[in-house]
Design a protein around this ligand. Structure first.
Ligand SMILES: C[S@@+](CC[C@H](N)C(=O)[O-])C[C@H]1O[C@@H](n2cnc3c(N)ncnc32)[C@H](O)[C@@H]1O
Ligand code: SF4
Ligand code: SF4
Length: 441
């Protein structure tokens, strides 16, 4: 813990609204409106907090405590200062991203593919249409574009598209299966791409083949190396099938850890997908996904990669408020259809870039954000964790929202279609307890 220097006469002005949640014999003192919290590890610390909230100055509270409990006062004071608990300002995460599915064409036929990618769709967007889209997006304040598919790199005009995105000042990300990134292809595009996510769903050739159907395991690993050497940030995305995951957790752990160690001096990250969606040959049940999630959690805990709690702490630094899951951000399918989530197969089409102007689409997107804002969702709007949890995936838990055309929706409150559970809420509270340590680093 850091050295604490405080004015003994200081009187704390705590946030107006406070909720106290007990979890595993500890107390989270939460300021719901500023997405901030402090941790009282025992009842005496909670009492100290209450005394400090009552208008007493620091020295009076200290003098009120027996000598053997002075550490409880120091703990609470340290928490209050490290978390800047009194501050009432709030920050919002950046919301200026767009997803573009460049094509439905693919050089793989993955067993799990939720896009059922393979063949080109009818009337996929032309180079000019995509360039115009990027220009309009940037003109309206867009900052980040992610190209995906199908396999985006299969487009003959891929280089022209990433060049255009960069020229418009956008941060450029690409989701790819990694097969086409020869040295020549990397060299040609490296100036215009900030980050590439490469999917490697197995820990060796055989387990990779089980998901992706081809023997490209080594090819994708070579692509990772080439991209990193070219100065591009790389994340590998790992989405095992149930059958390749259960019982093979230790193999995934050692695969991920070897790569993390190998590329520790580069901008390299490993991301394990925590849930399987319905796809080409899979339709996971809720129970299967729960088992999947548990296995992935064990893997993540054992990996050297950033833990969930470290990510949670980073996400909520400086009173960052999560009032949405990202719903409302613009996603454009390969035929120009517009959706407000990248899980396009599970949301209603909202517009098409050939029929609607970008200004219209942008307005609809803003409206979708308002509708899906946590303050419009019941019962999340009255939950003490609302800005910390964000309310979860709108596609999964608010089905009426994602099946509603924004242009005709009324402004009434939207009710969760699947209730939040006590276990879920407790898990968020435990995450907050574990994340606490990262505020002192
Ligand atoms: C649809 S792919 C498109 C980009 C590229 N072709 C690739 O494979 O990375 C984007 C990501 O979605 C993941 N994905 C595909 N089907 C999925 C499913 N049913 N559930 C969860 N993730 C899935 C892939 O593994 C990949 O990491
Ligand atoms: S997951 Fe990616 S590589 Fe696999 S079939 Fe789908 S789009 Fe193609
Ligand atoms: S999902 Fe549950 S924990 Fe999260 S805001 Fe909604 S009610 Fe609260």
């Amino acid at each position: 813990m850091p050295q604490l220097e405080l004015d003994p006469q200081k009187v704390y002005h705590m946030p107006k609204s406070i909720c106290i949640e007990k979890i595993d014999n500890q107390y989270l003192i939460i300021s719901p409106d500023t997405a901030n919290w402090i941790l009282a590890e025992n009842e005496n610390q909670l009492e100290v907090y209450k005394e400090l909230s009552s208008g007493k100055c620091v020295i009076d509270v200290i003098q009120n405590q027996p000598q053997e409990k002075i550490n409880d006062v120091i703990h609470i004071l340290t928490e209050l200062e490290a978390k800047k608990f009194e501050n009432e300002y709030i920050n919002y995460p950046q919301e200026h991203g767009m997803y573009v599915y460049l094509t439905n064409r693919c050089n793989q036929r993955c067993a799990h593919c939720y896009m059922y990618a393979g063949e080109e769709k009818e009337q996929e967007l032309s180079t000019l249409e995509i360039k115009n889209l990027l220009f309009e997006f940037a003109t309206c304040g867009g900052k980040v574009v992610t190209f995906t598919g199908g396999e985006a790199t299969l487009r003959a005009d891929f280089s022209e598209i990433v060049y255009s995105a960069k020229k418009n000042g956008l941060t450029v990300g690409v989701l790819s299966n990694g097969i086409l990134w020869s040295q020549e292809f990397v060299e040609k595009n490296k100036e215009y791409i900030d980050e590439v996510q490469i999917s490697i769903d197995g820990y060796d050739q055989q387990s990779y083949r089980a998901v992706r159907g081809t023997d490209s395991f080594d090819i994708t690993l070579d692509a990772v190396e080439r991209l990193l050497n070219a100065g591009i940030r790389v994340t590998i995305a790992i989405t095992p099938l149930m059958g390749t995951l259960i019982g093979n957790e230790s193999k995934y752990i050692s695969f991920a850890n070897k790569l993390i160690e190998k590329y520790k001096d580069k901008e390299f990250f490993v991301k394990f997908n925590t849930e399987l969606l319905d796809g080409r040959t899979i339709k996971p049940t809720d129970e299967e996904n729960m088992q999947y999630k548990k296995s992935i959690k064990d893997i993540k805990t054992a990996c050297m990669s950033n833990s969930d709690e470290e990510g949670f702490a980073l996400d909520h630094r400086n009173n960052t408020v999560f009032n949405n899951c990202g719903y409302g951000g613009i996603t454009v399918a390969s035929n120009g259809d517009v959706f407000f989530c990248n899980l396009v197969s599970q949301c209603v089409k909202q517009a098409n870039i050939r029929q609607n102007s970008f200004a219209e689409i942008n307005e609809l997107s803003k409206r979708a954000r308002e509708l899906s804002n946590i303050n419009n969702l019941m019962p999340c709007n009255s939950c003490s964790l609302k800005y910390l949890c964000g309310g979860g995936c709108r596609v999964k838990y608010f089905k009426t929202l994602v099946s509603t055309q924004v242009s005709v929706s009324k402004s009434s409150k939207i009710v969760r279609t699947i209730s939040c559970t006590k276990e879920y809420k407790e898990n968020v509270l435990r995450l907050m307890v574990k994340a606490n340590q990262y505020f002192y680093l």
